[in-house]
Design a protein around this ligand. Structure first.
Ligand code: NAD
Length: 287
C-alpha cells in the first residue's frame, strides 16, 4: 500500500484565489518528502467571501497551519487570535500557525528577503537602504528591515493608490523602531539619485520589470549606480530584470527575488515544523 499519506499525516493549507499556478505546494511537499516529515501541503481556492468559513474549517480540522495569499493577506487577520509584531505592523498575514487551537498570523515575506540577503553575504544592518515600492512585497520588506536594525531607509513610490499605504508604513516604522525613514515621490528622479548615492543597498520592490512592465526599470540609466552599490529586485520572473542587467553591467552585486521566495517559504516551514527546508536542495529544484 502507498504510505506517503497515512492517518497521522498533518495537513498544511494555502488559501488564495486564483491559486492553481502557485509553486508553493510543490516547494513545501518536496521539502517534506526530502526530510521525511509526515506533512502534506494542499492549495485551496478561497477568496474573501469564503475566508471566514475556511479559517473555521482550519480550526475544526486541526490543520497545523496555512499559507495565505491574495486576496486574503490583508483580510485574514481579523479571524485569527494573535498576530506577530511584523504582521501587526504590515497589516498583512501570509502564514497561519495553529498551536493547540490558538491561531497566530505571521508575515514571512520580509523575513525571507532579509534571510536571502544574509544568504548572499549582504549585511545591511546598521546601514542605509533605498527601496522602491509600497505594495505587499515592499511593505513587508520595509517593516522587517526596520525591525531588524537597518539604520536609515528612503522609500520611493509613484503617487498611485499605494501612496497612502506608504505613508502608513512610514508612521508605523517611526512609532515602533529606531529606523530613520522618509518617503519620496518616485517621479522625483533627482532625489532618487541622491538617496541611492548615499545608500549601501538599493532594493526594487515594485512590479516594474515584470509583465506587463517587463523591460522597464525604475531608474532611467546607469548614472544612478556605482560598483560598490548592492542592487536587489523582488522579481524572479524574469530571473534578471532590466534593472539587474544594468546593475550587473555597472559592476554592482545583484540579487533577484528567488531567494526571497524560497526563504519566505522556509520561514513558514520552520514555524510549522520546527525544521528548516533543505535549502541547497530547494535551490537546485527551484532554479
Ligand atoms: P502590489 O500590487 O501589492 O504593489 C505594486 C507596487 O508596484 C506598488 O508599489 C505600485 O505603486 C508599484 N507600481 C505599479 N505600477 C507601477 C509603475 N508603472 N511605475 C512605478 N511603480 C509601479 O504588488 P506586490 O505583491 O508588492 O509585488 C511587487 C513585486 O514584487 C512584483 O513584481 C512581484 O512579483 C514581486 N514579489 C516577489 C515576491 C518574492 O517572494 N520574491 C513576493 C511578492 C511579490
Amino acid at each position: 500500500m502507498a504510505e506517503r499519506i497515512t492517518g497521522h499525516t498533518e495537513l498544511i493549507g494555502l488559501m488564495a484565489y486564483p491559486i492553481r499556478h502557485s509553486s508553493s505546494p510543490a516547494m513545501h511537499n518536496e521539502a517534506f518528502a526530502t526530510l521525511g516529515l509526515d506533512y502534506a501541503y494542499l492549495a485551496f481556492e478561497v477568496d474573501n467571501d469564503t475566508l471566514e468559513d475556511a479559517v473555521k474549517g482550519l480550526r475544526a480540522l486541526k490543520l497545523k497551519g496555512s499559507n495565505v495569499s491574495m486576496p486574503n493577506k490583508t483580510v485574514v487577520g481579523k479571524y485569527l487570535d494573535k498576530l506577530s509584531p511584523a504582521a501587526e505592523m504590515a497589516g498583512a498575514v501570509n502564514t497561519i500557525v495553529n498551536e493547540d487551537g490558538v491561531l497566530t498570523g505571521h508575515i514571512t515575506d520580509g523575513i525571507g528577503y532579509m534571510q536571502s540577503l544574509k544568504d548572499n553575504d549582504i549585511d545591511v544592518i546598521g546601514k542605509k537602504m533605498t527601496i522602491t515600492g509600497a505594495g505587499g512585497a515592499a511593505t513587508a520588506i520595509e517593516i522587517q528591515a526596520a525591525l531588524d536594525g537597518v539604520k536609515e531607509m528612503s522609500i520611493f513610490n509613484i503617487k498611485d493608490k499605494f501612496w497612502e499605504n506608504a505613508e502608513k508604513t512610514v508612521e508605523k516604522i517611526r512609532a515602533n523602531t529606531d529606523c530613520i525613514v522618509n518617503l519620496y515621490d518616485l517621479d522625483d528622479k533627482d532625489k532618487l539619485k541622491e538617496e541611492i548615492a548615499d545608500s549601501y543597498l538599493f532594493a526594487q520592490a515594485t512590479g516594474v520589470g515584470m509583465k506587463p512592465l517587463e523591460g522597464q526599470s525604475v531608474i532611467p540609466d546607469a548614472s544612478f549606480l556605482r560598483p560598490d552599490l548592492i542592487v536587489t529586485d523582488t522579481i524572479y520572473a524574469p530571473r534578471e530584470t532590466a534593472l539587474l542587467k544594468m546593475a550587473k553591467e555597472a559592476g554592482c552585486k545583484t540579487m533577484n527575488g528567488l531567494g526571497m521566495m524560497l526563504f519566505q517559504g522556509d520561514a513558514a516551514f520552520h514555524l510549522w515544523t520546527g525544521k528548516h527546508m533543505p535549502i541547497d536542495h530547494m535551490k537546485e529544484v527551484l532554479d
